[in-house]
Design a protein around this ligand. Structure first.
Ligand code: ADE
Length: 228
């Protein structure tokens, strides 16, 4: 999978992409991530990429030309499956979206700033808009990093234990069950006996029941959608 990110703050990705699972995926060449500085596509001598909104109003708007030039340059080099714009008014990111996007070959993620991007970019280039939650971030970079993480960890071969993405919360529309590690007893707080029993079948049943119970308590909106 190849991910091209267009941003005015490429440095914001250095932290999230140079550690842990994403770094491992990059090192194993299971994903190829390129972050492009949008200002490099500005024709202005000060590398300006924003301008006042027509009709006035507070806030600047990201200009169409640098974004169009950057996207068109990339599109000349390869075919893209999706051109995603991270925006608070996009589709709410969830596990099924991450699952389906992790199967794509080439995607562009465009990060917005200020009051947003010229609407014509959304009309003529963007194929999908994604929000990571019902709140407003200062820019699209954190959302792009979250989206990248959710997709990359699902690419086959990225996680050491192939089954572990399947047992994540939400993969079966349930949140994950509680987990424990050593010591068995900490200040009298015991690990549930059944997990030490070695009985795989009973352990699986216990985990499933805990997942259902947790989903019901903590995420009733997901629980109510379950087929019962
Ligand atoms: N940009 C600003 N806020 C955002 C959000 N909640 N999701 C995606 N992109 C954003």
């Amino acid at each position: 999978m190849r991910i091209d990110i267009i941003s005015i703050f490429p440095e914001m990705f250095e932290g999230p992409f140079s550690h842990s699972i994403i770094k491992r995926a990059v090192d194993k060449r299971l994903v190829d991530i390129h972050v492009h500085q949008l200002r490099d596509y500005s024709k202005d001598k000060h590398k300006k990429v924003d301008d006042y909104a027509f009709s006035g109003g507070a806030g600047m708007v990201m200009m169409i030309e640098p974004i169009a030039d950057c996207i068109e340059k990339l599109k000349k080099e390869r075919k893209y499956d999706e051109i995603i714009y991270t925006s608070p008014d996009g589709e709410l990111l969830d596990q099924p979206i991450a699952n389906s996007m992790s199967l794509l070959n080439n995607i562009i993620i465009l990060c917005g700033h200020y009051k947003g991007i010229d609407e014509r970019i959304r009309e003529h280039f963007v194929t999908r808009e994604i929000s990571i939650g019902n709140y407003v971030l200062s820019g699209g970079e954190l959302a792009a990093a979250v989206l990248t993480d959710t997709m990359v960890r699902l690419i086959p071969g990225v996680l050491g234990n192939e089954t572990s993405a399947l047992s994540d919360s939400f993969q079966n529309n349930l949140v994950a069950p509680p987990v424990y590690t050593r010591p068995r007893n900490f200040r009298g707080w015991e690990v549930p006996e059944i997990l030490l029993s070695g009985n795989e079948k009973l352990i699986e049943e216990w985990k499933y029941e805990r997942s259902v119970e947790r989903t019901k308590q903590r995420r009733p909106e997901i629980y109510n959608k379950l087929e019962k």
